[in-house]
Every structure is written in structure tokens, then in C-alpha cells.
Design a protein around this ligand. Sequence first.
Ligand SMILES: Nc1ncnc2c1ncn2[C@@H]1O[C@H](COP(=O)(O)OP(=O)(O)O)[C@@H](O)[C@H]1O
Ligand SMILES: [Mg+2]
Length: 297
Amino acid sequence: MRQEKANQSSPNFSGNTLTILYDNIRWEEKALYEAAKKKGVSVETIDCKNLVLDLNNGKSKYSGQVVLQRSVSYFKNVHSTAALEGLGAHVINSLHAAILCGNKMYAHMELEKAGVRTPKAVAAFSEESALAALEEFGYPVVIKPTVGSWGRLIALLRDKEVARAVIEDREHMFPLYQVYYFEEFVERPPRDIRAIVVGDKAVAAIYRYSGEGEWKTNMALGGHAEACPVTKELEDICLKATRALGGKIVGVDLMESKGDGLMVHEVNNTTEFKNTVRATGVDIPALMVDYALGQGK
Ligand SMILES: Nc1ncnc2c1ncn2[C@@H]1O[C@H](COP(=O)(O)OP(=O)(O)O)[C@@H](O)[C@H]1O
Ligand SMILES: [Mg+2]
């Protein structure tokens, strides 16, 4: 744990404090820390792995504290958020948002309910019913763990034989992987869109092009980024999706479906934004810090 009073060059937020909770220090966490320091904010950075919380302490030091939740681990994220919120902290993003964004099936249901276009999907809960469901749903189809990121364990099932093999493997994994969530394979250009939403605004967006021989467009899989204009249509769908899931600072992933236009396939509650800053020049960390401190007032 580190507590540092930063320089006082920006008078706006002096006296404010901000907690950044993380489990991995990525470019993003460093950038958020630097942005807060530049604004003269007292920043406390806490490694979630060192966090010990007295869950019965009504007078916790976290009461009223603004916490930027940056833990990548889904389980550390939702549990530490639940504890901190319970102790009176203002956590961004909230437990509600973390639970909904962190699970692709929960998110799908909320997006549907809110009328946000999202890939058609089907769920099943056993090997047999999953294979039967796909007979109806059709191939090719995308299988996704309900909880996960960076494209991991997401596979394109082109036919029944591949589906059978992948599903059989899943039967030997942790029970979470026996919750079968499938999406239609959306016909789209070899790119998707990542838009960063801060509060009521889509502040920047990029196209993410998939790397050589890869259909997924995650930057972690070798893709590259280019600036994407934030049109009114893009901003509207991003804000609708963000609100549907209760998010405040998020990364919205969208596809440009050939048949159906823009659709949202994921909302990330601890979004990465390094490539978006590099491709667009927008000072996203400064905007995030401003927004977080505004919430603490
Ligand atoms: N239904 C789909 N059809 C076509 N491509 C998809 C579909 N869903 C995801 N993808 C591709 O796979 C990538 C990873 O999917 P995503 O749902 O964002 O999971 P993750 O949390 O692992 O990033 C997306 O960025 C996109 O390029
Ligand atoms: Mg994604």
C-alpha cells in the first residue's frame, strides 16, 4: 500500500482523495495514478492481494471514499467491490455493474431487455442439451465462457464434430465451463469497435483489427488499433448499453454486423485503454480521474 500526496498544480481537486484498487499493474493503472497526481490529488494505490477488510467495521476508513476498481480478476473484483461498498465506499464500477458486465450471459439478458442490439444467443446446461440446442441454433457458432476476457476459451465451432470435441473438453473443466453460452457467429468486417464511456459520454473509440490468422480482434491476440469516429449512433448505443448494465467507466465492445448494423457484444468494467489513448490522443486517464472525483463530491 502506498499513500502519496501529489503536487498541487491543479487547484480543482486538491483535498480530494482517490483510491485505485488493482491486482495487476498495467499501463492503465500507472496512467490513472499519474493523471491523479498531476491534478494534485491524494492517491492511494492498493494491491487487492494485500487488502484486508474488517467487514463489521461501520467506521471504516473507506466510508465515503471514492475507489476506482481496477482488479482484473473477476472474483477479486466482485468480492472486494461488495466488501468496500458495504463499508460505505463509492466504488466505480459498482457491484451491480461488475456482476452484470463480468458475465456474458447476464449482460446479454440486460442488453436484450434494454433493447440494445446484441448477438443472438442460446444457453444450455449439459453436454447433451448443448449439442441438441446447436442442432436448432445452427453452425457456425461461437462458444464463450460466461466469465472471461482477452478472448480466452472463446472458440468458433464450425460444425457438429468440432462442437462435440470442445464441449467434451469442457465437461472436464471447472463447473463454470459447463454453463454453455453460444452466440451466432456475426458476419462483420475483420475488426470490431472498442468505445470508452466515461459517465455520460463516449469519449473515444478505436477499430480493433484482428491479427494474422485470427478471427478474434482482442489486442491481447495480436490485433492492431486505429482511431474510430464517435458518431451519434455509436455514442447512443454505447450509452444505452452502459446504462443497462449500471456502468460508469467502461469499455464497450461492438461489432458492425453486415445484416443488423452496430451491436454490442461486451461491456468491460475494468477496461483497458492504452491502445485507445495511443490511436486517438484523447487523455482518457485524466477524464476518468475527473469523473471519479466528481462522484466523491
Ligand atoms: N458472436 C460473435 N461473432 C463474431 N465475432 C465475435 C463474436 N463474439 C466475439 N467475437 C470476437 O471475439 C472477440 C472476443 O469476444 P468478447 O465477447 O469480447 O470476449 P472477451 O471478454 O474475451 O474479450 C471480440 O472482440 C470479437 O472480435
Ligand atoms: Mg472483449
